[in-house]
Design a protein around this ligand. Structure first.
Ligand code: NDP
Length: 290
């Protein structure tokens, strides 16, 4: 089995981005600047945002972190978004999800200027992507597309099953995989919690993209020999043998699938680092927008 090593690939792409930033600096151009908004103290969100900020530093971008407590009001968060929209110094920004329950995630998303929406979550960018127009592509699906391309995994004419229909992963993944370009041109089935006989679908798949959020749900009996598994899931599973008391598990049963599939992403170190790299690629693009 080939391990689709997102960590190593992300390192290579970051070196390429760093060379781009060095060239921009030599030409006295504008260094890309990403801002991240983090609300509350959810441990997973803190880790994700820290990785994003650290990755900006690694490639020579500027980064800013704006933190507010869980108690922040909708008005205050909207004001932060509007300020970032108007700040000519900020090329792109993200509002880390999920937000606390009392905040209206849709309203915040709609307030983000699509030209600075480097997460690619706003209706304008989703719509442009769907029409095949130039846009900021959603970070996780685009990171997966970059990974498929760089690892030379053929998608044209393949049966792909995407598990999970979220707006940020599953649904845009189906758009990108079925578009008329390379990678793409796949025949895509989108499954979710109401799908009947899930196994009948997954057993047909040449490639499975699992974005469900249930640890190790995709097991060997659900997968045909030689399939490719892209595991998006990041789940905490109690494990008293670990110093932190938990381990990270994907949505696929990595150990059980190793001898059955032809290629698979590990968790951690697979899709996660590619998501961050994709965000950096969008930010570089945003800085060159004017
Ligand atoms: P959501 O919770 O938004 O969506 C989960 C999807 O899985 C839903 O569409 C749901 O169906 C579907 N689902 C739930 N149970 C089943 C089931 N038994 N069979 C089939 N489908 C099912 O998740 P996200 O897309 O936000 O995230 C998915 C996972 O990926 C999480 O573990 C998350 O942490 C991780 N993630 C990782 C990223 C990375 O960079 N590696 C980035 C983003 C997320 P329904 O719509 O019917 O409810």
């Amino acid at each position: 089995m080939q391990v689709l090593d997102g960590k190593a690939l992300a390192k290579t792409i970051k070196e390429e981005l760093k060379a781009d930033v060095d060239a921009i600096r030599r030409a006295a151009g504008k260094i890309p600047h990403l801002a991240a908004v983090l609300i509350g103290d959810d441990p997973a969100s803190q880790v994700y945002v820290r990785n994003k900020v650290r990755s900006c530093e690694e490639v020579g971008f500027r980064s800013s972190l704006i933190r507010r407590p869980d108690s922040v009001s909708q008005e205050e968060l909207l004001a932060i978004v509007n300020q970032l929209n108007d700040d000519p110094d900020v090329d792109g920004f993200i509002v880390q999800l999920p937000l606390p329950d009392h905040l209206d995630e849709d309203a915040i998303n709609l307030a983000i200027d699509p030209r600075k929406d480097v997460d690619g979550f706003t209706p304008v960018n989703i719509g442009r992507m769907t029409l095949g127009l130039e846009s900021y592509l959603p970070a996780t699906p685009n990171g997966i597309m970059v990974m498929l391309e760089r690892y030379g995994i053929e998608t044209s004419g393949k049966e792909v099953v995407v598990l999970g229909r979220s707006n940020i992963v599953g649904t845009p993944m189906t758009v990108l995989l079925s578009r008329k370009s390379s990678p793409g041109n796949a025949t895509v089935t989108l499954c979710h919690s109401r799908t009947k006989n899930l196994k009948e679908h997954t057993l047909r798949a040449d490639i499975i993209v699992a974005a469900i959020g249930i640890p190790e749900m995709v097991t060997a009996d659900m997968v045909k020999d030689g399939a490719v598994i892209i595991d998006v899931g990041i789940n905490r599973v109690d494990d008293s043998s670990r110093p932190r008391g938990y381990r990270l598990a994907g949505d696929a049963d990595y150990a059980g699938l190793q001898n059955k599939v032809s290629a698979m992403t590990p968790v951690p170190g697979g899709v996660g680092p590619m998501t961050v790299v994709s965000l950096l690629m969008n930010t570089l693009k945003a800085s060159q927008r004017k």
